[in-house]
Structures are given as structure tokens and as C-alpha cells.
Design a protein around this ligand. Sequence first.
Ligand code: SF4
Length: 403
Amino acid sequence: MVTCTGCGLLCDDIEVVVENGKIKETRNACRRGAARMRGCMNRLSPSVNQKPSDIKNCIRKAADILRNARSPMLFGWSNSTCEAQLKGIQLARKLNAAIDDTSSFCQGILIEKVLQKKFRTCSLEDIRDKADVLVYWGSDAQDSLPRHLSRFSYFPRGESRQRGYEEDRIAIAIDVRESNTAKICKGHFYRIPLKGDWDFILALMDALSGKVPSYDSKKMLELASIMKKAEFGAIFLGIGLTYSIKEDFDILQKLADMLPNINIMPMVGPYNMRGFNEALFKETSFVNRVKFDGKASHDSSYSIVEALRNKSIDTLLIVGSDPLSSLPRSAISHLANIPIICIDPCVTLTSRIASVTIPCAYSGVENGGSAVRMDGKVVELTKILTTNFPSDEEILTRLTEAL
Ligand code: SF4
């Protein structure tokens, strides 16, 4: 059995058939996981200023660029092993650089609150064994974490839920559209208007405290009753909700306080985003948007989006991420003005404009290590295939030594 790094579920029940140094077949993986196991469509090659080079020279050139930078940022990390992430944090310290990851524009604040123990949470195994009420809020797990419902929440028979979804569990979807997850939730889909989560939470809190809610009162009272009666429930919070309520998590905390049997779990897409958040939190008490300068400072201006918009960084080292394809247009124009060092197994839009590209092994397939599952459990990754490419951890070690 090996672990799939296709998403934050880190399924560890995957069987692979290897033939002629390639993964020929996977069993138990979902379609996304099987594609991840097959690797990149286009493998990245070492290059300096868009010209072919070798990895040794690329590392030397990257070290030169970083040495001369006045305000570098190190970004990415959600698709790297815990070991590589630690090296990255050490490198950021050494360079007095800013460091950030993809969680700064999705689930970072929520994860930080979970790590600060401001929300009650649990493991995926607890959910599989005990949960009777499952609420997918702003999260289409069927698409983003495809085996969530089948391995851990709605469909499996759990220790105390032997009759599974037919009788023992209720799945609820709260979303702006009828997603694939909402279709499974059938009679328990609550459609809300775009950015309507805040009003929905207030109405639900009214219903929970016995008041007549202003908002679709019949359905709201029904939802409040299901959630109140839950013996062991979970709200899976997706980025739909996070984006909608912006940074106002106090209201969510008030709702959670009214539901003592319900756990809160952030839905984490990239396979090791939580690993990075936990590692940085341990070192600095913050999960992202940190700048080292003798001490660690935290500010929204150290998020990649703000730093690019404000043109406050002059060099960007990117590990396992493709900001050019995922960030808003207002942020990406500055990418054309600064040297970019890209460490990745695959060609990406960002690697095409990078000053230095350094190909690395495909983690979870060509190198092992560890990662943190979306619920905080540490999972070991297996090396399945042999490669000549160094791991991102090794590249970062060599880069740090070259400085
Ligand atoms: S659900 Fe995620 S971790 Fe599991 S097999 Fe699919 S992609 Fe891989």
C-alpha cells in the first residue's frame, strides 16, 4: 500500500502496479489520484535565463540571485513534504525573507484558529466511526477531495454507525449551487445566495436559540433541529464559506459554541498545506504571511497577493506552485519584473517565465517523506519509482549551503 498525494486526504490504501520503471496501474485511487500517480504531462528541465543548463549550475545561479536580493519571498510549499517545508523555513530565516503559502488566500486563518484550539475538531477516523450529522458548507468534497464521503464520512460503516448512510447518518450541503456533493445530500441541500453565508449563520443561530429566523424559517428550523440533536457531528468548511465571510471567524466561533456536539474541520485541498501551516505555526505562532528579520513578523502585506500588488518583493523563489495560473491579474503583473526561481517536477505557466528552473522529484512517487493530512494526522509517503531528479528537500539543502 502507498499513499496518494493527490489531495489533503492522503489516502494510504493505494495499490500500484509498476512496470518498466513506470506506474502502470493504480487500485483504490480516485481519478484525480490515479492522474497524480502517473506524474507530469511535461517534465521540467534545468534552465538559466530560459537556456538549458544543469542542476548544479541552476543551484549556483539561484544562490547568486537570492544573495543579491533585498526583499525576497519564498512561496509555495503546499505540495512539498514536511522535510522540504522545514528546509524552506530555515532558508527564509537565513535570508531574512518573507515566506507564504497558498493558505494565505484560502483556509489559512481557519487552520490557524484550529491550531490555536479555538474550534473543537476531531480526526477523520472519529468521523468515520461516530459521526451521525455531516455538514458540507461551501465545500464540494466530491470534486475537491473525491474520496471524503466514501472513506470517512457518509458512506462507510463506522464502529458506532453500522447502518451507514441508509439509516445512521445525515449529510447536509449548504452552498450557493447544487454541487455534486449537494446532489448526494438530496433532501438536505440548503441553497444560499452568493456571499449569503453571514446572514445564513445569523438565521441559524436564531433558530438554535428558539427565535423565529428571518431567513427561510421552515428549513432553518429543520436544520437547527438536526444539528441540535447530533450525537457527534462535523461541519466541513470549504473555501466557499471562507471567501464569503472573509476574515470574520468570530461569528463562526459563536455558532460552534452553540453546537457542543459538532466539530469543525477545514477542507484542505493541496496534499500538505496543513503540514506547512503547522510547521510555520510551531516556529512563529503564525501559519503564513511571515517575514523574518531577526524575529518573525506577521502581516497581510507579507501575503503573496499583497506583496506582488505592492511590488514590495524583488525576488521570488517558488516551490511546487504555479502562482501565474492561480493569482488575480492585479497581482501577477509584477511577476514579469522580478527574477523567479522555480523548483517543481513539472512545467507550469510560472516556470515558463522563470529566470532559473530546477526540476525536482515528484514527491510521494519519486521520493518519500512525511505529510500532514487535512485533519492533522502525520502520514508517511513512500518512494515508488527511482529517479535521477533530487528531491525538493535536497535542492533546498544544497541551495542553503551555496549561499
Ligand atoms: S481522494 Fe485524494 S488522496 Fe484519495 S485517492 Fe483521490 S486524490 Fe488521492
